[in-house]
Design a protein around this ligand. Structure first.
Ligand code: HMG
Ligand code: MG
Length: 334
């Protein structure tokens, strides 16, 4: 039977903002997350526990997580907030905040309470050695050894269950530059992607997010990659697509992935974003464009297009750049 529901993961507050040079006030970030939560989005990547020297914009992620747990945004649906945590230090930051807010736990094995949003973490590997060095300051093998520890510790978490219970944190694992690398070009081996994804799933990662960091992905290469992952035994339900729209191919590639059977897609409101270690890369495909595209296909996202278009226009003005969503601008008649 054809499943017409898709899960959209909003990455604007993290991927969308991490590269902004000017410090965005905490209040603006919280306002953004609260506005997004009202639109029907269920999963929002809200921050990043990484080195503030490398990514200063994400420095107030602790305050963001604390606020979201203390005063959960109002939403028509249960919410999950995701935070990047590439090492034990990042995970421990997350866990120590969670331990102060019993009742907030993962959407993995335990259903999230209505009162508290669920929290998950994300690690991020790369498909090429040069991108791994630039983004993680270590080679792929070293990064995988670290992620194994992080994932296992997240699964052993005793912090989030409330009443002394244990609750495994849900873990997303990105693999970046799967369809093109800023340093190695198109020379990215899909078999290497399959190997890395298989490793991460073996450690207990709940999902692999395939990052087209540079937006170099094309329809045929997306198809080739997904076929290769399928041949390696990786299930569609374990995959999410994370397309940056640098070359305007994100929705084309989304169509290919949908056709292949993938039902989870990342997007960023207003098309915000860019990766600090991927020169020239622009934002993720805009949430507004993704929602509109899915609607034209009869797919259900649960997201209100008008509401999310308003959020895109608002945040573009707040960060002082143009609204990068074509659909958003059209919907608003701007
Ligand atoms: P490291 O192994 O500790 O080594 O961190 P390092 O030399 O790179 O950094 C050392 C400094 O970072 C030390 O501080 C650590 O304490 C600190 P110092 O002693 O020099 O003052 N540090 C931390 N601080 C806070 N929280 C932490 C943390 N860890 C170390 N968790 C690490 C390696 C990767 C963590 C570090 O290099 C780092 O944070 N890099 C930034 C990576 C990053 O955030 N990249 C952007 C996100 S990934 C992305 O955008 C791609 C994605 O969207 C998918 C796609 O599009 O493909 C996800
Ligand atoms: Mg990204």
């Amino acid at each position: 039977s054809f499943d017409n529901r898709v899960k959209l993961v909003e990455v604007g507050p993290r991927d969308g903002l991490q590269n902004e040079k000017k410090a965005i006030p905490l209040a603006t970030k919280l306002d953004l997350i609260e506005r997004l939560a009202k639109t029907g989005l269920t999963t929002i990547e809200a921050g990043s526990f990484v080195s503030p020297k490398w990514v200063p914009q994400m420095d107030n992620s602790s305050e963001i997580l604390q606020h979201l747990l203390k005063s959960p945004p109002s939403s028509p649906n249960p919410l999950t907030f995701a935070f990047l945590a590439p090492n034990l230090k990042g995970l421990n930051n997350t866990l120590s905040i969670l331990s102060q807010h019993p009742g907030a736990f993962s959407s993995g094995t335990n259903p999230p309470s209505q009162a508290k949003p669920a929290v998950e973490i994300a690690v991020f590997a790369a498909a090429t050695e040069s991108f791994s060095q630039k983004n993680l300051n270590c080679d792929i093998a070293t990064s995988l050894a670290r992620f194994k520890e992080v994932i296992q510790a997240a699964k052993d978490n005793t912090a989030g269950g409330g009443e002394g219970g244990r609750a495994a944190l849900r873990v997303r694992a990105y693999v970046s530059v799967v369809l093109g690398c800023p340093f190695e070009g198109y020379d990215v081996d899909p078999h290497r992607v399959a190997e890395i994804a298989t490793e991460l799933l073996g450690y207990g990662a709940d999902e692999i997010a395939l990052g087209d960091t540079t937006g170099m992905g094309t329809a045929p290469r997306t198809k080739e990659l997904l076929n290769c992952l399928r041949a390696a035994g990786i299930r569609n339900e374990d995959l999410a697509m994370h397309f940056h729209d640098t070359y305007g191919q994100a929705l084309v590639n989304t169509a290919v992935a949908l056709e292949h059977g993938i039902r989870k897609f990342d997007c960023s409101v207003g098309g915000l974003g860019g990766c600090p270690y991927s020169p020239g890369a622009t934002g993720n495909v805009a949430t507004e464009d993704m929602v509109y595209f899915m609607e034209t296909l009869g797919m259900e996202t649960g997201v209100d297009l008008d509401m999310v278009s308003d959020v895109g226009e608002w945040i573009a003005a707040e960060v002082g750049r143009g609204n990068e969503s074509r659909v958003g601008k059209a919907v608003l008649g701007a």
